[in-house]
Design a protein around this ligand. Structure first.
Ligand SMILES: Nc1ncnc2c1ncn2[C@@H]1O[C@H](COP(=O)(O)OP(=O)(O)OP(=O)(O)O)[C@@H](O)[C@H]1O
Ligand SMILES: [Mg+2]
Length: 234
């Protein structure tokens, strides 16, 4: 199978020691990959390269053309309505109708004419997801998109992202600090540490996944150890 993302020897530094030191990464079409790592380990740096927001030297950098990013903050234009935020920059003639569809997909049709500042945190992130989907990405890049949400909203967002992934089947790279989130959603979990991937775990559990089953608990303990947290302190 040919990889959608195929990166070899990716390096990035900002003057000091390399943040990414010769990383190799392949992501298959439709694969859901979660990326964990301590704060400052370079997760957002890697995601920015994948998004095309940062140049970094690599021996090989094969990326799909259609990529979308959702950040921790929704980054909506406050002077445009929700629907106008979603169609912004979309050149297709049917932009409006695919935006309506994307809003329906994220359960936000009733807020189509709302101003971004009147949205709740969860609604704003759903709008940001709709804006990403409208571009029909082959690669969806998510940089801690739920980190600022309360626990219940975050769990609902996990369900939504899973449903959207099942429906549209983009490859996903999800940066998160939430180990449970990674285990619930991802086919594969990577840990970034000292400029390299230090762990790769395939998650083969059936969906919907139980977070506290024996296999999930085993993976969680393995990841906590890798991230330098004693499982009993989590
Ligand atoms: N534009 C930049 N200029 C200088 N240093 C940078 C720049 N971008 C990132 N860095 C540094 O690179 C390191 C990795 O940053 P990055 O944002 O990728 O970490 P992260 O893993 O996403 O962390 P967090 O989990 O806190 O979001 C940090 O030490 C950061 O200060
Ligand atoms: Mg980051």
């Amino acid at each position: 199978m040919t990889a959608l993302v195929d990166i070899r020897g990716l390096t990035r530094s900002f003057g000091g020691p390399a943040i990414l030191s010769g990383i190799d990464l392949t992501i298959a079409k439709g694969e859901f990959v979660a990326l964990l790592g301590r704060s400052g380990s370079g997760k957002s740096t890697l995601l920015r390269v994948l998004a095309g927001l940062d140049d970094a030297p690599a021996q090989q950098l094969q990326l799909p053309r259609r990529r979308s990013v959702v950040f921790q903050e929704p980054r909506l234009m406050p002077w445009k309505t929700v629907i106008d935020n979603i169609t912004l920059g979309v050149k297709r003639q049917d932009a409006r109708s695919i935006a309506e569809q994307a809003l329906e997909d994220v359960g936000l049709s009733h807020r189509r004419n709302a101003w971004p500042l009147t949205l709740s945190g969860g609604e704003a992130q759903r709008a940001a997801l709709a804006r990403a989907l409208v571009r029909e990405p082959e690669l969806l890049l998510l940089d801690e998109p739920f980190a600022a949400l309360d626990a219940l909203t975050r769990m609902r967002m996990h369900g939504l992202v899973f449903d959207l992934w099942q429906k549209h089947k983009p490859a996903v790279l999800l940066v998160t600090h939430d180990i449970g989130e990674a285990i619930t959603l991802a086919d594969r979990i990577l840990v970034l540490e000292n400029g390299r991937f230090t762990k790769e775990i395939l998650v083969t559990l059936d969906h919907p996944r139980q977070r506290n089953g024996p296999e999930a608990s085993r993976i969680e303990a393995e990841l906590l150890t890798e991230l330098g947290v004693e499982p009993s302190h989590a």
